[in-house]
Design a protein around this ligand. Structure first.
Ligand code: URA
Length: 231
């Protein structure tokens, strides 16, 4: 990869800014100062420094956000606050959202610039569970447990079977394997329930855990691997 592109993608500056840094002799590749922006870099073996700071290149980034209520799962919107306003330090990356949450839903939201990863995670074919904690206005009848897990017709096709567990009278843990529009709310509505709170706790084996509401963190390499390896 070209040196200027590598530095710009790593967030050092715009393409023009990094070209200036290179021309000024502020960039070193391995032990040598390099002044040509189109110098070719081997991402596996070359080490690149700006001043004395090593630049670690990441081809893709994966960010986990604890989405608060009141934010749209969108990259921009004219009227509402979007989840992008909560994420800092990734302005140079073209992040998109992996599996939107409704404005009033909270919890586990992933953002990435890796389109293949998004396709993998959102395709029902790969059977990656999305676990929701669902709070209802009325107690959930144990007799409905089997019904909520069975496929139902939605958007012209059958949903995949899901898994459910009653946590409290009116709180159910539901794991679904696809992400149709308002799917969880619609599944409960079909059985006559109204959802008052919806919170996504996990995707696949990755848990939101104790990440505070409104905060974000990069996924670890191990977490990315775990999500990619589900098939
Ligand atoms: N299902 C819903 O109904 N809403 C969400 O935000 C996510 C899943």
């Amino acid at each position: 990869m070209r040196l200027d592109r590598m530095l710009a993608n790593a967030g050092v500056g715009s393409r023009q800014e990094v070209k200036k840094l290179i021309r000024k002799g502020l960039v070193m590749v391995n032990e040598a100062i390099v002044t040509l922006a189109d110098t070719s870099i081997d991402l596996d073996t070359d080490r690149v420094f700006v001043g004395d700071q090593e630049i670690v290149y990441e081809e893709y980034v994966y960010v986990l956000l604890h989405k608060p209520e009141g934010y749209l799962s969108a990259t921009e919107d004219r009227h509402d606050k979007t989840v992008m306003e909560l994420i800092e330090g990734y302005e140079h990356r073209d992040l998109h959202i992996v599996g939107r949450l409704d404005k009033d839903t909270t919890g586990f939201l992933l953002l990435t610039d890796d389109g293949q990863f998004t396709h993998h995670l959102t395709s029902p074919k790969h059977h990656i569970g999305k676990r929701y904690r669902v709070t209802l206005t009325t107690p959930f009848e144990p007799n409905d447990l089997e019904k909520i897990t069975k496929p139902i017709a939605m958007d012209g096709e059958l949903t995949l079977p899901s898994e459910a567990k009653i946590l409290e009278d009116n709180v159910v843990l539901l794991t679904i394997y696809e992400g149709k529009h308002h799917q969880v709310k619609r599944m409960f509505e079909r059985l006559g329930y109204e959802v008052t709170q919806l919170h996504r706790e996990a995707i696949g084996a990755i848990e939101l855990g104790s990440l505070p509401k409104g905060q974000f963190r990069p996924l670890t390499k191990d977490e990315v691997k775990k999500l990619k390896n589900v098939s």
